[in-house]
Design a protein around this ligand. Structure first.
Ligand code: 5AD
Ligand code: SF4
Length: 443
């Protein structure tokens, strides 16, 4: 019988895609994936280092995995991804039950390491970062039948002062357009309807002088592709050319994630974000001009070192001006090794909590206002899963990335259906499926 592995993933979508790569590597090497940790010969955890909270979770999971090793000492435990580098010392000293430590550029070594670890006593560690590793020509073992994640570039050269990613994932490098198109073609012929292009800094994609807009233009023309999304872009690289390509193709979803981080120019400068408040707002206006009804989301950090109450209010101010459809909101978390961790003027825990609550409250109002604008409209929704609340309802997303709940009628998961939006409550929309004729009448 083949040995089986269990893999748990923390953090961003890049990590989800990386875990699929790792699964692909192990399947090719004759291992079977199990969803039941009790049956695993190999337990892997793909880690995230972006905030302290994410790291804490992994630490507590490691203790939990150790219990399996106690019961069955031949179990191999591997720590993969962004925490590998920083955890190396700690793990070797205080977590002897961890067998393998592999950074984000070393996954190809995993099958060999598992074999070696079965016969050797010493821990196996490789956290070297590579300027070249792109995991091209690999066969990720993808999880859902709807969306296929495709990483198009790796690493980040932006060095925002709060962020650990440039240190954990190394320098920016992009795959060839040909390699990406061939992977996307394969995903479409395997039955995936949606493709999400991924990168830590997706729109700074550049391969042999060809930029993100050219790649997007080519992916959009793949026969049979239904929906294309991408994440996460940086405002600095959001060009008119990218927006024009988005406007040109119906297959590219009308949705942009535009991380603001903070609304005050001094804070933005200390964050090394390279744009100002007014530049950000004019970019939003440009996006909305070129892409009417676009869904806009953002990332916001509250309590960056030195952020005063007045400066924080400018974040609320930008939120009020822009009215994002949704936002991922975070309390600043100091990451050892980053520039901001050395700033002396850290904001108190209480202040961060208070600011977080205020941005969440503002965002809830904005989400509701934005969602209410859709009431009466007919949106094309991709049926993705059953609603958590009722077996008679589906949940699916609009082109602009909003979740809608509606009665199943005789539709199936994977169908693209016209849904008339009836209510907007909280963050969810509710609607009813309409016929094509009804849809034309609403237009
Ligand atoms: N503290 C809080 N949030 C952070 N992010 C990145 N680093 C930190 C940090 N040290 C957030 C940013 C980024 C998102 C992926 O995570 O908002 O856009
Ligand atoms: Fe981190 Fe900034 Fe790079 Fe995003 S752009 S991964 S926030 S350094």
């Amino acid at each position: 019988m083949n040995k089986s592995y269990y893999i748990e993933t923390y953090g961003c979508q890049m990590n989800v895609a990386d875990s699929e790569l790792v699964s692909g590597l192990l399947s090719q090497d004759g291992y079977d994936e199990t969803k039941d940790i009790n049956r695993a010969d190999i337990i892997l955890v793909n880690t995230c280092a972006i905030r302290e909270h994410a790291e804490d979770k992994v630490h507590s999971r490691l203790g939990f995995y150790n219990q399996f090793k106690q019961k069955n000492p031949s179990t191999i435990i591997g720590v993969l991804g962004c925490m590998a580098q920083n955890l190396k010392e700690d793990i070797l000293e205080s977590k002897p039950y961890v067998d393998i430590i592999l950074g984000p550029d070393s996954y190809r070594r995993l099958p060999t390491m598992i074999r070696d670890r079965s016969s050797e006593k010493s821990h196996l560690v490789d956290t070297k970062l590579s300027k070249f590793e792109l995991y091209d020509n690999m066969f990720p073992s993808r999880n859902t039948g709807i969306n296929a994640w495709i990483s198009i570039m790796r690493g980040c050269d932006k060095f925002c002062t709060f962020c650990i990613v440039p240190f954990t994932r190394g320098r920016e490098r992009s795959r060839s357009i040909e390699g990406i198109i061939s992977e996307a073609n394969q995903a479409v012929s395997d039955g995936f309807l949606e493709i999400t292009l991924l990168g830590q800094n997706v729109n700074s994609y550049n391969h042999a002088g060809r930029g993100f807009h050219e790649l997007l233009d080519e992916v959009a023309q793949i026969p049979g592709i239904k929906r294309i999304r991408y994440t996460s872009p940086h405002p600095q690289d959001m060009t008119r050319k990218v927006l024009k390509v988005m406007a040109k193709h119906d297959t590219i979803c009308n949705y942009v994630h535009l991380p603001l981080q903070a609304g005050n120019d001094r804070v933005l400068k200390r964050m090394n974000r390279t744009y100002t408040k007014s530049r950000f707002i004019s970019l939003v206006n440009q996006i909305r001009d070129l892409l009417p009804n676009v869904g806009l989301s953002t990332d916001i950090i509250v309590g960056f070192p030195g952020e005063s109450e007045e400066e924080f209010k400018e974040t609320l101010d930008v939120m009020e001006t822009v009215r994002f459809d949704s936002a991922y909101t975070f309390k600043y978390s100091s990451r050892p090794g980053t520039k901001a961790a050395e700033y002396a003027d850290h904001v108190t825990k209480e202040e961060k909590q208070d600011r977080l609550e205020r941005v969440i409250k503002a965002q809830k109002q904005h989400t509701l206002i934005q969602n209410q604008k859709l009431v009466g409209a007919v949106e094309i929704v991709l049926v993705e899963k059953e609603s958590k609340r009722s077996v008679e309802h589906w949940a699916g997303r609009t082109d602009s990335n909003k979740w809608v709940i509606f009665e199943k009628e005789d539709t199936q998961i994977r169908d693209l259906v016209p849904v008339q939006i009836k209510h907007a409550k909280g963050i969810t929309l509710r609607g009813d499926i309409v016929s094509i004729q009804q849809m034309e009448a609403v237009k």
